[in-house]
Design a protein around this ligand. Structure first.
Ligand SMILES: [Cu+2]
Length: 616
């Protein structure tokens, strides 16, 4: 019996259909984008509405599938002309479906698929690049979107409603106005010249309305609508968020100064951070508003919330059947939204002033808005696997420790490569994480500060210190004098030159770069911190460039007459002369990271040393 029941259940599950997205294969759109985001929805055709979308489900990359919309449609295209010569209601008076729904050609759907409706190409379905999904320092990702559009003719106009479903969960709703100018005048108050003999295209308004029957998550009757307003303080220096729950059917207007917006959130489901899942309606086109005459009361507001009623479908000229009213303003009659299936309505206005470029065929003009997931996911779904590296963590291993200080020091002397790309190539130092001190360079000072934090000597750059990283001002103290010492003959035919630093104050970080003629033939080696005064030291000879670099770090500080390093010179043969060694640059910092003044001037030769001829 049990086996038989299970088999019966399996047979009753529609093959290929998703829970809720219940339609036959030819009306089912199921697209998984490159990042793993998946959109599933059904579409249908209606004589007045044109293409209507139903059961829109979004699955974030690696996340759970959830319903967003039970239904979405165009609720009206209302076109009043400035001279009152016409006031069209294109959806209800003309209709976007049936013969007005265009048969699309392959040429207007490049790279896409044409979805069929009774032998007509009704919808163009495309996957399109959408530019940067995110852009960090040395890291980025390109985004994609699923686009669905149809074309409907209304008089001389061809309207192009587009639904864009982004790989981050956002939905963009656009309406394109194309075709030819519909009406003309000679009255300069109401038109703009577009033809000879003073013929003007009559200025007019397109009021586009969308109807969005949200059913977030499992249940359609537990959705809550909230309005966001940003309220300025009395002196207008601060701006505070005010969130108001909309309890009853309401008509509201856009408010760009108050940065007004709305969201619909689920009262039951939350993301992993405990935040209720929601979609935020972001007004974008707010340049124009049409508040029409008294007999067009639906124009007084831009955003409406109503209790779902099947016969309330159009913002204006709604058929007055089953007790439904004529227009959107009348739908709003104070009914409670608590525990109800709510419908959001949103209008966008475009005032169209004709111009020469509208002849002989209009440019396509776009209007629209956006629905953005707010806490629908736990994090940015297009950057889910992103590794970010904190300042100081040049190894990008999530730890700021001695290994990072060592990498910095090695970079400072030219022993380690840097990279701005993530994931970080093996053995490279992450460029953007190195400048701990914020003075604009990656050097021994950064290694010093990092090493201090690691051994528990606090400095103000130790994590988790937040905020602007400012460079410590240079300390007003006696300069640290760096000298190239006298050459001394070693027992093994090499000449040793000691680089010394004389410091009255304690030195935390010391970097010295010396140069010599790269054409000199012979061996040059280096020894950093020969007296082992510092905690961490490194040196490196770059024979191709003729450069020797030393880098030393002492978290606690070292003062006095310090041997910073030695250059060990072995001439190629007994008759060779040693190269001329010059001090190129010196960077010294106190243990707190503050730069210390330096002086490399020698008594007479300004930091230069002429090595003696090697004679044996
Ligand atoms: Cu127009």
């Amino acid at each position: 019996m049990l086996v038989a029941s299970a088999a019966l259940l399996w047979l009753h599950t529609p093959i290929g259909a998703q829970p809720g997205a219940n339609c036959s294969a030819s009306f089912f759109v199921d697209e998984t984008l490159t990042n793993g985001a998946r959109w599933q929805l059904c579409w249908e055709h209606r004589s007045l509405d044109g293409i209507v979308l139903r059961d829109v489900y979004f699955t974030p990359p690696g996340g759970v599938s959830r319903r967003i919309l039970a239904e979405g449609s165009i609720a009206q295209v209302h076109v009043p002309y400035d001279d009152n010569s016409a006031r069209f209601h294109d959806i209800t008076d003309d209709g976007f479906g049936d013969n007005n729904l265009n048969n699309l050609t392959a040429a207007e759907c490049p790279g896409g698929a044409l979805l069929q409706l009774g032998g007509k190409n009704a919808i163009c379905q495309q996957i399109q690049p959408r530019g940067h999904a995110f852009k960090g320092l040395g890291m980025q990702a390109q985004g994609e979107q699923l686009s669905l559009f149809s074309v409907s003719t209304s008089g001389e106009y061809n309207y192009i409603p587009i639904w864009r479903f982004l790989d981050n969960g956002a939905v963009e709703l656009l309406m394109g106005a194309a075709g030819k100018l519909q009406r003309f005048t000679t009255d300069s108050r109401y038109g703009w010249p577009v033809r000879p003999n003073g013929v003007r295209g009559t200025s007019h308004i397109h009021n586009y309305y969308w109807r969005l029957d949200f059913d977030l998550g499992e249940h359609g009757d537990d959705d809550v609508v909230e309005e966001f307003n940003y309220l300025a303080s009395a002196d207008n220096t601060r701006r505070a968020l005010g969130v108001t729950r909309i309890i009853n059917e309401t008509a509201r207007s856009i408010d760009p100064v108050g940065m007004r917006s709305w969201r619909i959130r689920d009262d039951g489901a939350a993301n992993a951070n405990g935040q209720p899942i929601s979609y935020h309606l972001e007004p974008i086109d707010v340049a124009h508003r049409d508040v029409g005459p008294d007999f067009e009361p639906w124009t007084t507001s831009d955003f409406y919330v109503t209790r779902h009623r099947a016969c309330e479908r159009y913002a204006s000229h709604n058929p007055q059947v089953s007790g439904c009213a004529d227009n959107l303003a009348a739908f709003v009659n104070g009914e409670s939204l608590v525990g109800a299936d709510v419908v959001l309505w949103y209008g966008v206005t475009f005032h169209h002033i004709a111009r020469d470029e509208d002849e002989p065929m209009m440019h396509t003009h776009w209007s629209g808005f956006r629905l953005v997931p707010r806490d629908w996911m736990d994090a940015n779904p297009v950057a889910a696997d992103l590794v970010t590296c904190a300042v100081g963590d040049v190894t990008c291993d999530g730890q700021i420790d001695a290994a990072d200080a060592l990498f910095m020091l090695q970079y400072d002397v030219g022993l380690r490569a840097t990279s701005g790309q993530l994931p970080l190539p093996d053995g490279a130092l992450y460029t953007y994480a190195c400048d701990v001190s914020g003075e604009g360079a990656c050097n021994a000072i950064d290694a010093l500060l990092t090493l201090q934090c690691d051994v528990g000597l606090p400095n103000r750059f130790c994590p988790p210190v937040e905020g602007l990283r400012a460079t410590e001002p240079a300390q007003a103290a006696a300069p640290v004098v760096v000298t190239v010492g006298n050459a001394t003959q070693s027992p093994h035919d090499a000449t040793r030159v000691t680089l010394r630093a004389a410091a009255a104050a304690e030195i935390g970080a010391l970097s010295i770069t010396a140069t010599y003629d790269p054409n000199w033939r012979g061996d040059i080696a280096c020894v950093a911190d020969p007296a082992a005064s510092f905690a961490l030291s490194a040196c490196h000879v770059d024979p191709a460039a003729g450069v020797v670099r030393f880098s030393l770090v002492s978290p606690a500080g070292v003062a006095g007459d310090i041997a910073a390093g030695e250059i060990v010179i072995t001439p190629p043969n007994e008759l060779s002369t040693a190269p001329l060694v010059m001090l190129d640059s010196v960077v010294v910092a106190a243990p707190n990271g503050a730069m210390l003044a330096t002086d490399t001037q020698r008594d007479d030769e300004a930091g230069r040393l002429f090595l003696p001829l090697v004679e044996r």
